[in-house]
Ligand binder design. Structure first.
Ligand SMILES: C[S@@+](CC[C@H](N)C(=O)[O-])C[C@H]1O[C@@H](n2cnc3c(N)ncnc32)[C@H](O)[C@@H]1O
Length: 199
């Protein structure tokens, strides 16, 4: 109910799942972060006007639209499933009609997250288990390379964090865990956000 109501408010369609056909061992299926979880995250985690968000494996764009609509900041979504990407674009067309007053850009790029060139001002990176640890390593490597070239504070937000992601960030990167946001009333202990920061 909550899900449909929010989708209608934003003028988008993001409910449902989509599996990859065949042997896409490194890529996860489409499934959106629950709106309830996003509401809870942003009670605690504040986005500033100067922030720029990237959702790696954005699916139909739910997180991108939610953040853009709520915080009016530039958001980029990267998606490599062609049908899912087209759905994100269709959502954007419908969403823009309701969000004409928001000047910040919202963009969707078709392609592999690991090929995305991290922009010097991108500083918040969102992941809801989009791919294998192998690809996550590459993407985090690209983020670190960008920070090396253009020094800044950056955050990584993990939803429903995979143990391998956590282990990698803790032991093999300079990112520090700065916050955990749990979803009230949920018994699954993995159903939470972890926020990592590199200062
Ligand atoms: C679990 S969904 C998350 C959707 C969205 N981020 C959200 O939280 O609502 C993961 C998405 O990542 C996409 N994906 C998987 N591997 C990818 C890759 N290498 N590059 C870009 N997108 C990828 C999948 O097609 C899927 O749509």
């Amino acid at each position: 109910m909550h899900e449909r109501k929010y989708d209608n408010l934003l003028g988008i369609k993001t409910i449902g799942k989509r599996e990859w056909r065949g042997q896409a061992v490194h890529y996860s299926r489409y499934e959106a972060t629950p709106y309830e979880a996003l509401d809870r995250l942003f009670e605690t985690y504040k986005i500033k006007k100067t922030d720029r968000v990237v959702d790696f494996g954005c699916g139909r764009g739910r997180v991108a639209f939610y953040i853009h609509n709520r915080f009016h900041v530039p958001v980029t979504g990267i998606e490599v499933h062609d049908i899912t990407y087209d759905e994100a674009l269709y959502n954007k067309m419908r969403y823009k009609k309701r969000a004409r007053h928001i000047e910040a850009p919202i963009r969707f790029e078709y392609g592999l997250a690991e090929h995305y060139e991290v922009k010097p001002k991108d500083n918040i990176f969102y992941f809801f288990n989009p791919f294998s640890i192998k690809i996550f390593r590459e993407v985090v490597g690209n983020i670190l390379g960008s920070v090396w070239e253009h020094s800044r504070t950056v955050d990584i937000i993990l939803y429903y964090p995979m143990p391998k992601y956590k282990k990698f960030l803790k032991h093999e990167t300079p990112f520090e865990l700065i916050d955990k946001v749990r979803i009230p009333g949920v018994s699954d202990k993995n159903d939470k956000f972890l926020i990592y920061r590199l200062v």
